[in-house]
Design a protein around this ligand. Sequence first.
Ligand code: CTP
Ligand code: MG
Length: 214
Amino acid sequence: VEGWAIVVAAGSGERFGRPKQFEALGGRRVLDMAVSAASASCAGVVVVVPPGCDSAPVAGADVIVAGGETRSASVRAGLAAVPASADIIVVHDAARPLARAELWAEVMGAVERGAEAAIPAVPVTDTLKRIVDGRVAETIDRGQLVAVQTPQAFRAELLRRAHAGGGDATDDAALVEALGAVVTVVTGDPDNLKITSPVDLVVAEALLAERGGR
Ligand code: CTP
Ligand code: MG
């Protein structure tokens, strides 16, 4: 079974204040950490970077392509560079540098064993409310809710079909769900945080130090 990874790193980091994927973390770049996990787990890695950055080398990348306006468009740019020989395609956010090899193995293993798609999820810890016009309309029972992470693994043909229509969503599983496919959920890792704001980088640095820099 041939697995390929697409690491999306073409965002502008508006909430962070700059493109966070190029920030230093444990003496490497956030992007490089994400790519090294991908290349340890997959036969090949496509890295999607901001337009204009695609001529700079990235260690562990087999192909580097320029991304698009949205995350989904960037995934599609990556998909176009994944060879037809890939059976499984794993999409991962460069903004999640702490995803462990075990998590990659879990989602890929689920698809190898027959799942159409597999994604990591963790329980939601905050209380969730729906707000309308600045007022609480509803408190949502979080018992059925999870927060979803990457890496997300898919049968290659399914992911290509999900993106063929050009849709836009904050993760790839949503596009696959829209086709009616069954998405398997595996236990995510609370440490696999997404760098969104500057404070997340501080937390990531602490988590990395705690695990001995790896
Ligand atoms: N991404 C991408 N292409 C885009 C937008 C996002 O490749 N046009 C990537 C980001 O680089 C990141 C991942 O998708 O690795 C998740 O996106 P997010 O955390 O939202 O990053 P940004 O879009 O860069 O941040 P922001 O939304 O705050 O601008
Ligand atoms: Mg974004």
